[in-house]
Design a protein. Structure first.
Length: 277
């Protein structure tokens, strides 16, 4: 049967599939829209199955913070190529997924995949995107934070790195707080304070330091003492509040915040594209 351009457009609007795919689906189903939608869905599933073992390390990290700074959500949506990540449709879909996570206080991937966007579960949207684009598409990170203090976000240019930082109280100057969120992005600290550093990590730092010092010929008791100095330097490099502030190395991050009457950081989440949390 003859398939009109209007019918092809209608099916494309319904599914987001390519024009040629829509025309072919309508032709194969004799113009039956429900059957054509199901055919396209199955095609998307087949493509998804074929791409399941592929790496999806490109994509976007996006975030949203409430006007009062009390709630924030960040998500990471992955694809296989940077070309797809820069596509307007991909970015618009990612934004709709973020909005769904934010509006429904979703803090995990499973619940987000079940969330409704335009009358359809996000899992189905992803499957359609796979069928249309021909790449593996997935959501790998969903992060929700609520705070009695203030939350500031920072997304690095290109949306490949994002930070959500929580501060202990009200913030009068967002730029000061965002400087610290940028510090987290640039310097990748392990923790806010030294007390939060995992004990196993501390033991390993001390063990390696002592071994190196002994190999240099230092007596064991001297090596023990000097290893503590190396641990202090480790804290200065990897603990946020003790790090040198990147915009003024004469100050620590803690001193920079105190100097600018800004509450201290209480927590942060740094999300790097393609990396496991």
């Amino acid at each position: 049967m003859s398939i009109s351009a209007a019918d092809v457009k209608k099916l494309r609007d319904m599914t987001g599939a390519g024009m040629m795919d829509c025309k072919k689906a309508l032709s194969e189903t004799d113009g039956d829209f429900e059957a054509a939608v199901e055919l396209l869905r199955k095609k998307g599933q087949k493509v998804a199955d074929k791409r399941a073992d592929r790496d999806a390390k490109e994509g976007l990290i996006i975030s949203k913070v409430s006007d009062d700074g009390k709630k924030a959500v960040a998500i990471e949506v992955n694809c296989e190529t940077d070309f797809v990540a820069r596509n307007d449709d991909f970015q618009a879909q990612a934004q709709s997924f973020l909005d769904a996570a934010y509006d429904n206080d979703i803090d995990n991937i499973d619940d987000l995949l079940k969330a409704d966007v335009d009358g359809k579960a996000i899992a189905d949207h992803l499957q359609e995107m796979v069928g249309k684009i021909g790449e593996k598409i997935e959501i790998s990170t969903v992060f929700l934070l609520k705070s009695e203090g203030t939350i500031i976000d920072y997304i690095h240019a290109g949306n490949q790195l994002g930070v959500i930082a929580e501060f202990a109280g009200d913030i009068t100057n967002d730029d000061i707080a965002r400087d610290v969120a940028m510090q987290v992005a640039a310097m990748n600290p392990l923790a806010v304070t030294r007390d939060e550093v995992d004990a196993t990590t501390v033991e390993k730092v001390l063990e390696i330091a002592k071994e190196l010092l002994i190999n240099e010929g230092k007596p064991a008791e001297i090596a023990e003492k000097d290893a503590q100095g190396k641990l202090r330097r480790f804290y200065e490099e990897r603990v946020l509040l003790e790090q040198k502030f990147v915009k003024d190395n004469s100050l620590s991050v803690k001193q920079y915040l105190e100097q600018n009457d800004t509450p201290l950081v209480t927590s942060f989440r740094r999300i790097q594209l393609g990396e496991e949390a």
